[in-house]
Design a protein around this ligand. Structure first.
Ligand SMILES: Cc1cc2nc3c(=O)[nH]c(=O)nc-3n(C[C@H](O)[C@H](O)[C@H](O)COP(=O)(O)OP(=O)(O)OC[C@H]3O[C@@H](n4cnc5c(N)ncnc54)[C@H](O)[C@@H]3O)c2cc1C
Length: 594
């Protein structure tokens, strides 16, 4: 085995250990890769239980009033700081402990309800929503998910009220996208009472204002010369904690304090370990699943602001004796923003509901939500920027700030390229394993049992490719869309099978192929969420004597455009310029081609 193959095997083994925890219920996204429409996870469109909805409505009312009176996003950006009074106010409303259980001083909200809160903040100020995410979605998440009762009792009440703030510290110079490459060391003390941490972290939101940081560091694996990542709770008052740079000057979300710190022989008691020792990467990935869900909510809020700004300007600004909203090329942009904002909300709601309903494995859905919503928001901001023309460029308007703020979304909490590849590879693993079973048996037809397994796998594969999944909707107006979606899922499955048969193991490195597969499945997920929401809204309208819903056109448009994109991605799997793209890049980078 050459060095590259050995590295690949190591990566695959690491990923297997980390991501595949044994038999679990089939999730929606993994189902799509197998040609199944697991409708229970997505239909009917989830609703917040009436009792919690009333509580949410009350909290939203209080939050809006507080934000109207106290939060000035332009000032936050200009001063590069979120005033302490705003943080205290968010704490008072309950935002900083929204999903923490009531017994630990939290609000006990579901993820769906929490997403509505983050959408409201994301609508107004990206710095503030990123601050809240860093504290609540990821900063205290490991404690919420993996903490013992004693740990929660000790730390959570002050973190939930905002008296103390949290942060999540994974990234280092050598561990950016390659999160498994954490270098910070945690050596156990001789008496086993504590660990001694050494290393540096960078780009950590809230690092300089946090009272408690969840820090990922490498611990020895007992009985071997290996190391594995473990999650620790670290407080900045521990001797040896050094803040190297409290607020790294940056392009956007300037109100957030993004810092760089070092730990030099910092003694952390063993009671501060979160989750099983050596399972810190699993802890980190699970935490990020939550962060990606609220990312979706924040982007939805920002997209709604884009729509509102676009409508205001298109209806008032006149050129050529007409308001801009009369020009088709402006209308096209506004229609697309409306369609995307509708889809982003639907996708966020359904993804959050998967967590609330206890699906064990939702990492594909959260990754798809993150990529899809951050890419769409970037497009929305670009479109509304264009509608505002020259005026968008000046700092008296919010658009240049919104554009600067939005750019981090495609990079943070997993760069979109990394997540895109992840979606395709994790999704294809199921059908890929079945093909491997068939292939291995064909090559070594020695064991009867092997044949039986291969036969079962073959039947399963074949079954998925001959059946078009049936998608049932209640509204007759939507049957055509449901049928189209079913056919596209079938076509997607055929395309995945074909790609796996054609490329076999090298597909692991073929990111251009992976990207099309991931893009197609993201649109299939988005279209499903839109169909589910649209169906529920139509049913509600009809029960109340209305034949249509206010956002009917946006939903229809999204479905049409989404289906068109899926067809395009699938067609590009066989009709593309990949060879030429790679030859050009290789020649420019001075690398040998194939
Ligand atoms: C404002 C801000 C706040 C942040 N807050 C936090 C925080 O609170 N906690 C925390 O732990 N981290 C935080 N981060 C770090 C963030 O998560 C990382 O920046 C991100 O994971 C990317 O890592 P990197 O910057 O090292 O980029 P790199 O890993 O160097 O990647 C650079 C680019 O290379 C490409 N790339 C990398 N790998 C691949 C691949 N396998 N395939 C294809 N393309 C690839 C992608 O386009 C990527 O954008 C923050 C970053 C910023 C800028």
């Amino acid at each position: 085995m050459n060095k590259l193959d050995a590295q690949r095997q190591k990566e695959i083994q690491q990923a297997e250990e980390l991501l595949f925890a044994g038999p679990q219920a089939l999730g929606f996204a993994k189902g799509l890769f197998q040609g199944h429409f697991v409708s229970d996870w997505v239909m009917p469109y989830p609703r917040i239980p009436a009792e919690q909805q009333a509580e949410l409505d009350g909290t939203l009312k209080e939050l809006r009033q507080f934000l109207d009176e106290s939060l000035d996003p332009a000032e936050v950006d200009r001063n590069e700081d979120i005033p302490r009074s705003v943080i205290d106010g968010l704490g008072r409303v309950g935002v900083l402990g929204m999903t923490a259980p009531k017994e630990y001083g939290g609000h006990g909200f579901s993820q769906m309800a929490n997403c509505k809160i983050l959408e409201e903040i994301g609508r107004r100020c990206a710095s503030t929503s990123v601050f809240v995410n860093a504290h609540h979605s990821i900063g205290i998440r490991a404690l919420l998910l993996f903490g013992t009762h004693e740990q929660k009792q000790r730390w959570l009440p002050k973190l939930s009220s905002g008296e103390q703030l949290g942060a999540f510290a994974l990234t280092e110079r050598e561990a950016g996208s390659d999160a498994a490459n954490v270098q910070m060391q945690a050596r156990p003390s001789e008496d086993g009472s504590h660990f001694i941490l050494n290393g540096e972290k960078r780009y950590i939101t809230n690092a300089a204002i946090a009272d408690v940081l969840t820090v990922m560091a490498r611990t020895p694996v007992p009985g071997s010369d290996k190391t594995a990542v473990t999650a620790f709770l670290v407080t900045p008052d521990m001797p040896g904690f050094e803040m190297i740079e409290a607020r790294m000057p940056k392009m956007g979300i300037r109100g957030t304090a993004t810092g760089r710190f070092a730990l030099r022989d910092v003694k952390v008691p063993k009671e501060n370990i979160l989750g099983p020792p050596g399972k810190g990467l699993k802890v980190a990935l699970t935490v990020l699943d939550f962060g990606r869900t609220t990312f979706g909510a924040c982007c939805t809020g920002a997209a709604k602001t884009c729509l509102q700004l676009a409508i205001e300007h298109a209806n008032t600004r006149k050129q050529f004796n007409k308001t801009l909203g009369n020009f088709h090329l402006v209308q096209k942009k506004i229609a697309r923003i409306a369609a995307d904002a509708y889809a982003m909300e639907a996708m966020t709601t359904i993804t959050a509901s998967l967590i609330d309903r206890g699906l064990e494995d939702y990492m594909l859905e959260t990754a798809m939500l993150k990529v899809f919503t951050t890419e769409r928001l970037w497009e929305c901001i670009n479109d509304v920027f264009q509608i505002y023309g020259g005026s968008a460029y000046f700092v008296d308007r919010p658009l240049e700030r919104m554009m600067r703020d939005a750019r981090i979304n495609q990079i943070g909490e997993g760069a979109n390229e990394v997540l895109t590849s992840f979606v395709a590879l994790v999704g294809m693993r199921g059908p890929g394993m079945e093909f491997k079973e068939i292939y291995d048996t064909m090559m070594k037809p020695t064991r009867e049992q092997g044949f039986a397994k291969a036969w079962a796998a073959g039947k399963h594969r074949l079954g998925a490719t001959v059946r078009v999944p049936e998608i049932s909707v209640h509204s007759s107006e939507l049957r055509w869309f449901a049928n189209q979606l079913g056919r596209l899922i079938w076509r997607f499955n055929v395309a995945v099978n074909r790609a796996l048969i054609t490329y076999r193991e090298p597909i692991l490195d073929m990111q251009l192929v992976q990207e099309r597969i991931a893009n197609a499945v993201m649109d299939l997920f988005a279209a499903t969420c839109v169909l589910s929401r649209h169906d529920a809204e139509l049913q509600f309208a009809q029960r109340n004597g209305n034949s249509s819903t206010p956002e009917r056109f946006a939903a229809d448009l999204f479905l049409r455009q989404s289906f068109r994109r899926v067809r395009h991605f699938l067609a590009e799997l066989t009709n593309n310029d990949d060879k030429s793209v790679l030859a050009t890049a290789n020649s420019i980078l001075g690398k040998p081609g194939d």
